[in-house]
Design a protein around this ligand. Structure first.
Ligand code: ADP
Ligand code: MG
Length: 692
């Protein structure tokens, strides 16, 4: 059976079901067998009713003595059966399952699994799993049953597609599919781990916890290994492309520029700048990641080198993750570079316009090129890396907050023009090993110092009963001239309709709480012009309180904002909360971060309280790792198109191992021509992470 067979072609899967499967992102047979269980119910303890202990999860084999539906006074239906395994009769009880009496009849032989309980002095199992022993599935693995009497896989479900459904279908199609699976890992890399088809079989239907673990080990390795291989291959190809000539760096230009800044560069900024300059003086394209907390001054460093590139007669493309940030960078860079006669243009998905003429328009009519033959810096979103803009005179590409596994590098490599220098900037505290894995073996610089005078943002986890007080506090601060962010919970990892709905509801509620203040609304699904207006009005002080989703404002810079309220803080990792907190405390005034949580557990409160005393992003990221595993920290990193099902960035040993394996392999076979299966796999991955 071809792995790419659409699920809708399979017998028993009609249009209705295939639509539901699509919602789980399951389209082909391959997707189905890669739909791994996220846990197992352990019903491997087969025993007798007499020996079973209360509270124990067990499996019994026996006969149905009687079964009937009982209608309660509150009009509920309970199905009760008496089941005898030859040692002691036991009661089976199901709720709202009246159809069962059509499926199970007196005299049927069943295997049942569930937790033993005692009710009115009778042993019983509530809502047991069951299957008929005489009517077993045909292709099951080793164990004679699928839904009982074993480690039973539990899958993420959607309405109408239960775990039972998945077990049955996967059991049915797995043997055919596994015949088509070719293991792309060469033996020396597999190195004792399970072969791929065994791993896939065992992750669905393990006979023991050990088998399940072995399967996870292999499949988790694969996920990280392929990312590692893809990014390192791109990196190696990158390294092999010489640029035309090294940039000429005139120290006087640097001095001219930095002397005009309203502040002195921190020594961390100077150190990072020096590292970058060394790259620019070389004759190979730079590939460097600059990591620094929000507010550590990355943008200024970027502006400095963009200026030097301009001085070499070359252009810089500056890519921001959102349109909002693109416009903000546009303003910041215009302010910094205009005095030096540097022309700056902007180019985003919805608009292209040019500040020089102060004009704005739609589409191509006002493309920056017709207005300005040669802006030295073009700022924009993904649209920037289009063939149209990637001309031979692009000397530098800067990417702010890249989160998509080297996609941009690959785009640049495909381009026929010269390869520009490449700089990625991020405020996400990524441990070194993780960064090396997901970005390939790049060079890393860290701005590990904040500008002087930056104060700590006073942070409080606020109990619900103090909410009214804090609203009063906010109102008073606004009267004093301060401004406020109110961030609504992140409902999905990215902006969705649900998230937008939540922010709108909160906005309406808050308008009633603060009837005399001006409130603004901001979320990613607003039209460009509406967003611009909200941001402008907030920066100019016309809006007192900006109610926003968390996705939008990363990077917003308004030094007059002194309070940030974060609702639903339990939904964020500590490092993310720390980044959000960085929106305030940017000016000289005392600033506050107020955290609300609807999760009243003590553990959750304790977790959030770390923010009251800890102001080091990397340390908070490490705490996240410890407390919740990596999912939280790297939530945004992973929310792109590439998602790991099994692997986790917190497994540093595995990361090191996969990275080293990828490196060794590429040293012997840089083109992967000797490993066609791996090569094909990488193409698959590339298409998965490519932007639309
Ligand atoms: P990042 O991009 O790292 O979040 P920015 O470059 O936006 O940080 O800088 C944040 C703020 O700090 C800006 O208002 C910027 O002008 C200011 N800033 C940057 N470097 C310094 C410095 N060395 N001293 C004082 N202020 C600085
Ligand atoms: Mg920034």
């Amino acid at each position: 059976m071809d792995l790419k067979t659409p699920l809708s072609y399979l017998t028993g899967i009609g249009p209705g079901l295939s639509y539901k499967l699509k919602r789980l992102n399951l389209n082909t047979v391959e997707d189905l067998i890669y739909h791994f269980p996220f846990r197992y119910d352990d019903f491997s303890n087969t025993t007798s009713a007499l020996d079973a202990k209360i509270g124990e999860s067990v499996t019994l084999q026996g006969e149905i003595w009687s079964i009937q539906n009982i209608y309660t006074r509150s009009r509920k239906i309970i199905t009760k059966a008496i089941f005898n395994d030859g040692t002691s009769p036991i009661e089976l009880t199901w709720f709202n399952s009246s159809w069962l009496i059509k499926q199970i009849q007196t005299g049927d032989r069943l295997q049942v699994s569930g937790k033993i309980s005692k009710y009115k002095n009778k042993l019983s199992i509530i809502a047991p799993r069951w299957e008929k022993i005489s009517n077993l599935p045909t292709t099951n693995y080793q164990l004679p049953t699928l839904h009982t009497g074993r480690l039973v896989p539990i899958y993420s479900e959607t309405d109408g597609l239960s775990s039972k459904w998945f077990r049955t279908k996967i059991d049915k199609f797995l043997p055919l599919a596994l015949e088509e699976i070719k293991d792309p890992l060469p033996d020396q890399i597999r190195n004792g781990m399970l072969p791929l088809n065994t791993a896939i079989q065992q992750i669905h239907f393990p006979e023991s916890w050990e088998e399940a673990e072995k399967a996870r080990e292999r499949l988790g390795f694969d996920e990280l290994f392929f990312v590692s291989l893809a990014t390192q291959k791109a990196r190696a190809e990158w390294r092999n492309k010489p640029i035309l000539e090294p940039l000429k760096i005139n120290p006087k230009d640097i001095k001219d520029f930095t002397d005009k800044l309203p502040f002195k560069l921190t020594s961390a900024q100077q150190k990072v700048l020096k590292e970058i300059l060394e790259d620019l003086k070389g004759n190979q394209p730079m590939n460097r990641l600059v990591q620094g907390e929000v507010g550590s001054g990355k943008t200024v460093v970027a502006a400095t080198i963009a200026y030097l590139v301009h001085k070499n007669g070359l252009r810089t493309l500056f890519m921001a993750p959102t349109e909002i940030l693109a416009f903000q960078h546009f303003e910041t860079l215009s302010k910094l570079l205009k005095p030096f006669g540097v022309e700056i243009g902007i180019y985003t998905g919805s608009r292209k316009y040019d500040k020089g003429k102060g004009e704005r328009g739609k589409g191509k009519e006002t493309s920056p090129f017709t207005l300005h033959p040669s802006p030295s810096i073009i700022i924009g979103t993904h649209a920037l890396l289009s063939q149209e803009l990637l001309t031979d005179n692009v000397g530098l590409v800067i990417i702010d907050e890249q989160q998509r596994f080297g996609v941009e590098q690959r785009t640049l490599l495909r381009n026929k023009a010269r390869i520009p220098h490449f700089l990625t900037m991020t405020a996400t505290p990524i441990p070194r090993t993780v960064a090396l894995t997901i970005y390939g073996d790049l060079d890393m610089s860290v701005i590990d110092e904040m500008p002087v005078g930056r104060q700590k943002v006073k942070t409080f986890v606020v109990p619900e009963k103090k909410r009214a007080d804090s609203y009063q506090f906010i109102a008073k601060k606004v009267t004093d001239g301060d401004q406020v962010y109110i961030i609504t919970p992140l409902i999905e990892a990215s902006e969705t309709l649900t998230t937008v709905k939540a922010v709108k509801v909160e906005f309406e509620k808050l308008k009633k709480v603060f009837p005399h203040l001006n409130l603004g609304l901001l979320h990613g699904r607003m039209k460009g012009a509406e967003k611009d207006k909200a941001i402008q009005d907030f920066r100019s002080g016309k809006i007192h309180i900006l109610v926003s989703t968390s996705v939008v404002e990363v990077g917003m810079d308004n030094p007059n904002a002194t309070i940030i309220v974060i609702e639903g803080a339990e939904r964020f990792g500590l490092a993310q909360l720390h980044q959000l907190r960085g929106r305030v405390g940017r000016g000289t005034k005392e600033s506050y971060c107020l955290l609300y949580t609807s999760n009243s557990s003590g553990d959750e409160k304790r977790r959030l309280k770390f923010l009251e005393t800890t102001f080091d992003g990397l340390k908070l990221a490490e705490l996240d790792l410890k407390i919740r595993g990596s999912g939280q920290i790297f939530g945004t990193l992973q929310s792109g198109r590439f998602e790991f099902k099994i692997a986790s960035f917190s497994n540093i040993t595995l990361l090191e191992k996969t990275r080293q394996s990828a490196k060794n392999l590429l040293e012997h076979d840089p083109t992967l021509d000797k490993h066609p299966l791996l090569k094909a796999k990488l193409q698959d991955i590339a298409s998965m992470v490519m932007p639309d």
